[in-house]
Design a protein around this ligand. Structure first.
Ligand SMILES: NC(=O)C1=CN([C@@H]2O[C@H](COP(=O)(O)OP(=O)(O)OC[C@H]3O[C@@H](n4cnc5c(N)ncnc54)[C@H](OP(=O)(O)O)[C@@H]3O)[C@@H](O)[C@H]2O)C=CC1
Ligand SMILES: O=C(CO)[C@H](O)[C@H](O)COP(=O)(O)O
Length: 504
């Protein structure tokens, strides 16, 4: 296990629990000692050993070796690979369990080809608790290595509600890391919508623990049933700090958490940036994911926000929400949260489908479905059973069939929940609530199902100044339905000389 932090430490213990001898490497000796101590306490006798140099570490492993990375993304992995290479042999496997950029994964796979080392990009999900108990795993790369590894991975992976392991072969090349990256993009869309709903409930006057109870209800039944992020939202809402304050209180931890999400800016994580960049580069409209990312960014600048708040004389803070029927409003909020979560899935799947076509990864979509069934952060039982299963589990699921905006079952739910989504956004606008992902979701569904968009005017302006051409309404040519340049240009205003324009 190279990298013994929150995730690597948990996975090292998980492997040891499953009878595997684990050799540890981390710059922090203390991190390795802690894992060894925990292993001893758990009764995994002599299963965990620490190593300072790669030669000794590699000599300690039986062949073909399995080397697991749980490292920060980027150059760290390159340096580690460089250092390990001289001590590895043909057929050894590197299982990169970090959140690595798929292009780095593919570059390393290329580098490993000649010496015959098999490099697998394997996103893992579920946080450090799942790393210890069994994560959802998303491996892609060399098929022979994947087939050899799968039995072991199935032993350690999370199990879904039917007891099936949440790990399957995703596809070739960097597809495993790609799917995990998009998982995180979806995660961010869902987390944004959920925190926005939480913010509105706070402004309705609900206490932290009361909101926890609402989330617990949402998680029990209906469209948000079995949604991990709703479940942990319920759980965290009642956690109290064991330290007492001066007045003898044990404060709710959530009441003390500052409103900033920083890891995109600190570089700690990259998946949010990469998944949005991918959406843009692959021409996928991903309103909910894009704005969720922007909310994180804006939130990170706490100091700037404080200064702007002063300059704007207090800014535009959310007003207290008075609603006639609290129960009905919370039900609208639940439905709005659900459609924003579903929109996040739809946008994420559209990104994966476009990338699969572009890279020829041949992604197995029933594997994607299975790894998202349990153990991962975006686990959502209702969405999985009702919406995704009929599409992703199908034996002929392909990038062409993945667009859930064209799926009648998804359309039924979105149409049913749309009035609630509109009610929530309208109330939010009226009272200055912070609801970017929920509002963007309303716009998203309006736009992707709309056949009378104001972009006619946009197109005309583009043609006016740029000769960018347009197509005409009613043209029977099927090409006009494709994203291709239009056939017509109108001379809205002929170009004139400088003298004619400026009169000199
Ligand atoms: N935390 C989470 O919830 C999840 C994280 N991930 C991904 O898993 C990976 C690990 O994350 P996480 O455990 O949270 O991060 P941590 O920072 O806790 O762990 C990373 C570990 O790698 C160590 N490290 C740095 N350089 C080297 C090196 N050259 N050789 C060996 N070890 C090294 C670090 O040591 P030091 O601190 O001394 O530099 C640290 O102990 C990341 O890619 C992350 O994106 C994936 C899913 C969930
Ligand atoms: O990969 C993860 C979950 O799936 C990690 O928890 C990750 O650290 C979350 O950070 P970010 O919100 O920046 O993706």
């Amino acid at each position: 296990m190279i990298g013994c932090g929150a995730m690597g430490g948990g996975m090292a213990l998980l492997f040891a629990e499953n009878g595997v001898n684990v050799s540890l490497s981390d710059p922090a000796e203390k991190a390795m000692d802690t894992i060894i101590k925990k292993g001893k306490e758990a009764g995994y006798k002599n299963k965990l050993k620490k190593f300072k140099d790669y030669k000794e570490l590699c000599n300690s492993l039986s062949k073909p070796r399995l080397i697991v990375f749980s490292l920060p993304h980027g150059s760290v992995g390159d340096k580690v690979l460089e250092g390990l290479m001289p001590h590895l042999s043909r057929n050894d496997i590197i299982l990169d369990c970090g959140n690595e950029h798929f292009a780095n994964t593919e570059r390393r796979q290329e580098k490993c080809k000649e010496p015959g080392i098999r490099y697998i990009g394997c996103g893992v999900s579920g946080g450090y608790q799942a790393a210890r108990a069994g994560p959802s795993m998303c491996p892609g790369g060399d098929q022979s290595a994947l087939k050899e590894l799968l039995p072991l991975l199935k032993r350690i992976a999370a199990k879904d509600k039917d007891g099936k392991p949440c790990v399957e072969i995703i596809g070739k090349g960097g597809s495993g890391h790609y799917v995990k990256m998009v998982h995180n993009g979806i995660e961010h869309g869902m987390m944004s919508a959920i925190c926005e709903a939480w913010g509105m409930m706070r402004k309705m006057g609900l206490g932290y623990e009361e909101i926890g109870k609402v989330f617990a209800e949402w998680n029990k039944t209906g469209e948000l049933e079995g949604t991990f992020l709703i479940y942990i939202g319920a759980d965290l809402s009642s956690k109290r700090d064991p330290e007492t304050t001066s007045d003898g209180e044990h404060p709710l931890v959530i009441s003390e958490v500052l409103d900033k999400v920083v890891q995109d800016i600190t570089g700690e994580e990259g998946t949010g940036i990469w998944s949005n960049t991918e959406a843009i580069e692959l021409h996928i409209p991903a309103f909910t994911l894009n704005i969720a990312h922007a909310l994180r960014l804006a939130s990170a600048y706490r100091g700037d926000r404080e200064q702007a708040n002063k300059i704007f004389n207090g800014g535009f803070p959310p007003q207290n929400l008075s609603v006639k029927d609290k129960g009905a409003f919370i039900e609208d909020l639940r439905k709005a949260t659900y459609v924003a979560c579903l929109a996040s899935y739809i946008q994420g799947l559209n990104i994966i489908a476009a990338a699969d076509k572009e890279h020829g990864w041949n992604i197995n979509y029933s594997s994607v479905w299975q790894i998202w069934r349990g153990g991962c952060i975006i686990q959502a039982d209702y969405i999985s059973d009702e919406i995704l299963a009929p599409v992703l589990k199908s034996t002929n699921a392909s990038p062409e069939t993945l667009n859930l905006n064209l799926n009648p079952r998804a359309a039924k739910d979105i149409s049913k929940c749309y009035p609630s989504l509109r009610t929530i956004v309208a109330k939010s606008v009226e009272t200055d609530q912070v609801t970017p992902a929920i509002s963007a979701t309303l716009e998203y569904f309006k736009v992707v199902t709309g056949t009378d968009l104001p972009t006619s005017f946009y197109e005309a302006e583009l043609d006016y100044f740029g000769n960018h051409k347009f197509d005409k309404k009613g043209d029977p040519d099927p090409q006009v339905k494709k994203p291709m340049e239009g056939k017509y240009h109108f001379e809205w205003k002929p170009a004139v000389s400088q003298k004619e324009a400026y009169g000199k």
